[in-house]
Write a protein that binds this ligand. Structure first.
Ligand SMILES: Cc1cc2nc3c(=O)[nH]c(=O)nc-3n(C[C@H](O)[C@H](O)[C@H](O)COP(=O)(O)OP(=O)(O)OC[C@H]3O[C@@H](n4cnc5c(N)ncnc54)[C@H](O)[C@@H]3O)c2cc1C
Length: 351
């Protein structure tokens, strides 16, 4: 089939790669360029048991997607012939108050009931396990199943693998509307249009702006996130895994970079960084990793997380046409959800 994918963030890129790999003729449009929406700001943390808890409908989706990740990355490395930094080195969630200790011990019991391995470390043991954390930490919960992936590597490899499988990429190209008939579907891009057998709308926070005939605007709104990219001081032990605290999380990279995330701000489509955002993230990181005050500030990344007003991501055919497949609203978990979303998009296109 001929398929147009609108949006080349981590969701559109993974859909394009999966569709091209399945033998479809894929053309990808992006108004900015691959990976330059929310995905460029993402920390790449893969942590369903921190992001979602008991009874949250996100949980099963995120857990299922994480279970696909090893094969997803392995296949991608082979197909793209590119390295993708990916580690399943766990998360270390630090308790800084007695309430945190109680909450994390309840989480540990719940994980055990689900058959998920986790390990509690008391204060001194936590510091021995992860020497970079503050001596004031009361303890920490290690969940070894969790991990992280480099999102620039990931999006680069996905677009390269898709191209090797025959997909074409076009940017800047802003899709304005999508009109479907029984026989085909047409995408308007300024004064011209393109037709295909199916269209995938993977436009993240901008999804409500793409008009799909016969369907209400996608109920997605942008939630800004600021993330710091630091260079860790060379004479200090670098954290070995994702460290999570009540007010921030940090992700260590092999080149000595540390990402510190992230603010959560309801400010519309404003993608600017702010002094208060940097201040709050630095203060939060300094509480849990004191050596962070000696790091250098490399850059501030800003992205708009696509928050679904209905609470869950929208993945599947539009109510107006089976030829229009929606893949949006992944909010805080688009990187984690990429393998499962790509799989569901291919199923929807081939149905
Ligand atoms: C600070 C921060 C940290 C995060 N950390 C994590 C994390 O650790 N783990 C995790 O899983 N998730 C994380 N997220 C969330 C994750 O980044 C998003 O869920 C994910 O990037 C969404 O991907 P997407 O492809 O749907 O959207 P985007 O990456 O925003 O891509 C959408 C693309 O569509 C294009 N587009 C939009 N409209 C049009 C149009 N009309 N025509 C053509 N192109 C169009 C845009 O240019 C853009 O490239 C984080 C987000 C932020 C902001």
């Amino acid at each position: 089939m001929n398929v147009i994918v609108i949006g080349a963030g981590v969701i559109g890129a993974s859909a394009a790669d999966a569709l091209a790999g399945a033998g479809h003729a894929v053309h990808v449009l992006d108004m900015r360029g691959p990976g330059r929406g929310a995905s460029q700001a993402s920390a790449g943390v893969l942590a369903p048991f921190i992001e979602a808890h008991d009874g949250d409908p996100w949980l099963d989706l995120c857990v299922e997607s994480l279970s696909l990740y090893d094969a997803f990355i392995e296949g991608l490395r082979v197909r793209s012939r590119r390295p993708v930094q990916y580690q399943r080195s766990g998360t270390f969630e630090v308790a800084v108050s007695p309430d945190d200790v109680a909450r994390l011990n309840a989480l540990r019991a719940w994980l055990a009931a689900r058959g998920v391995t986790s390990e509690w470390f008391d204060g001194a043991a936590a510091k021995a396990f992860e020497p970079a954390i503050s001596a004031a930490a009361l303890g920490a919960l290690n969940i070894p199943l969790h991990g992280f992936v480099s999102v620039p590597d990931l999006v680069g490899a996905l677009t390269h693998a898709a191209s090797l499988a025959g997909a074409s990429f076009e940017s800047p190209a802003e899709a304005v509307s999508v009109t479907s008939s029984n026989a085909s579907v047409t995408v308007s891009i300024g004064s011209r249009s393109l037709s295909a057998d199916a269209v995938v709308v993977a436009t993240g926070s901008w999804s409500s702006r793409v008009k799909v005939n016969g369907a209400p605007a996608a109920d997605i709104r942008p939630i800004r996130g600021q993330l710091l990219h630091l260079k860790w001081p060379e004479d200090q032990a670098m954290p070995q895994r994702v460290v999570w605290s009540p007010r921030c999380y940090t992700v260590p990279w092999t080149d000595g970079s540390l990402l510190v995330g992230a603010t959560v701000e309801d400010v519309g489509f404003d993608e600017r960084s702010t002094v208060s955002g940097v201040h709050d993230l630095m203060a939060a990181a300094g509480d849990v990793l004191p050596a962070v005050w000696r790091a250098t500030l490399h850059e501030v990344r800003v992205g708009l997380r696509p928050a679904p007003v209905g609470g869950l991501p929208i993945i599947g055919p539009s109510p107006s046409s089976p030829r229009v497949i929606l893949a949006t609203g992944h909010y805080r978990n688009g990187v984690l959800m990429a393998p499962l979303t790509a799989k569901k998009v291919v199923e929807a296109v081939e149905r």
